[in-house]
Write a protein that binds this ligand. Structure first.
Ligand code: UD1
Ligand code: UDP
Length: 364
């Protein structure tokens, strides 16, 4: 049986890997799961494994927090002997975290082909650690699953044309698989958080570029707090030090939410304010307007179609955006797929590993 070794380490990767793992099982590919341990709090890691039914990792590297050099280097060191022992046919990585780059680099150095899900995303901002990780990973990968046509074009502009698949976005698969389950499991979530549908703002912040500008980040929070509306803020642990000595009137700081709870909070929000990549798309999926606290986005379709406004960390621009929210009719599916990317990925990998079968979905 052909064997895939998956490397994941951070919250959004657990969410992206869950649908693909199911599809790999369906096509009869064995999967060995490695968790680098980059995210380790129960509400940043274990909850996603339990809720999404991900199998427990075969290897847990226990890396935890630290510098980019430490997180990437330690994962690289620990992955090498695991790859030699497991001898997978493919190493599968997701997105743009330090776990993504470490997995791709460890594999490439051992001549093991790399498959990259969420290939071709670009912010064109090399100050983002994620931009370095995804550019490097794309150039190491043999199979590149691009969620959008823009991502396919970005790869072509860097000379990457072989092994590229326009797969759609696996985060749409996650919504397709889990939204109904989430609704059934948490029927009174809004009440328990003390808010009413369409009458609160959902806020998330976690980017390194945000905490690198603490005064501006705090100014954004203080100006949100002036709005006469409840603001629900599930706080990523990176933000905790910034919030330590600040009190808010309308912003309710809560622990990070599980994925199911997060989907429900997005679905019923008046609007979303975020610096997250995944949350921008989920908001658009639900037809909830989004205000993004960054100067640029990789998910350009959300802005072009009018679902999303980019305001950076400027309070005035943010308030103006919240006062001029748009809810376009355009469907997400034309940009991000219909929630079936996992099948294309699993079938394409199976075909690629059995060369007698045709490469049905490849762009080139
Ligand atoms: C990482 C990814 C980012 C992704 C995000 C998803 C990189 C370079 N960044 O950023 O692309 O969008 O995950 O959430 O890989 N911490 C805890 N407990 C945890 C995890 C983190 O307390 O379980 C705290 C630590 O103080 C740590 C800080 O959060 O130093 C940042 O965590 P880290 O994993 O380094 O980066 P993220 O901001 O989570
Ligand atoms: N998410 C979650 N709980 C939270 C915040 C986010 O489950 O408290 C989910 C969110 O719905 C999305 C994913 O985590 O599916 C996005 O991850 P994150 O914002 O950490 O990283 P990014 O997408 O920016 O890399």
């Amino acid at each position: 049986m052909k064997k895939i070794l998956t490397v994941i380490g951070a919250r959004p990767q657990f969410i992206k890997a869950a649908p693909v793992s199911l599809a790999l099982q369906e096509v009869g590919l064995e999967e060995v799961l490695v968790h680098t341990g980059q995210h380790y709090d129960a509400n940043m890691s274990a909850i996603f494994f339990e809720q999404l039914g991900l199998k427990p990792p075969n290897y847990h590297l226990g890396i935890g927090s630290g510098s980019h050099g430490y997180q990437t280097g330690e994962a690289l060191i620990q992955l090498e002997p695991i790859l030699e022992t497991v001898a997978p046919d493919v190493v599968l990585v997701y997105g743009d975290t330090n776990a993504t780059l470490a997995g791709a680099l460890a594999a490439a150095k051992l001549h093991i082909p790399v498959a990259h899900v969420e290939a071709g995303l670009r912010s064109f901002n090399r100050r983002m650690p994620e931009e370095i990780n995804r550019v490097m990973t794309d150039h190491l990968a043999q199979w590149l699953f691009a969620p959008t046509q823009t991502a396919v074009n970005n790869l072509a502009n860097e000379g990457i044309r072989q092994g590229v698949y326009l797969s759609g976005d696996v985060m749409m698969d996650a919504i397709a698989l889990y939204l109904e389950v989430a609704r059934a499991q948490f029927p009174t979530l809004l009440e328990s958080l003390g808010v009413k549908a369409q009458s609160y703002i959902l806020l998330t912040m976690h980017r390194a570029e945000t905490t690198a500008r603490p005064e501006q980040a705090l100014a954004v929070l203080q100006s949100l707090d002036t709005l006469n509306m409840d603001i629900v803020f599930p706080v990523h642990p990176r933000l905790r030090p910034l919030l330590k000595s600040t009190e808010f009137r309308h912003i309710h700081c809560i622990d990070p939410l599980s994925y199911f709870e997060m989907l429900l909070m997005e679905e019923s929000a008046y609007c979303v304010v975020t610096d997250s990549g995944g949350v921008q798309k989920e908001a658009a999926f639900f037809g909830v307007p989004c205000v993004t606290l960054r100067p640029e986005t990789e998910w350009v379709e959300t802005v072009e179609a009018g679902w999303n406004q980019l305001v950076d960390l400027f309070p005035d621009r943010m308030l103006a955006a919240i006062q001029s929210l748009q809810t376009p009719e355009t469907s997400m599916a034309q940009y991000y797929g219909k929630g079936t990317a996992r099948h294309l990925i699993a079938q394409s990998l199976k075909q690629a590993l059995s060369p007698s079968e045709p490469f049905a979905h490849m762009v080139n």
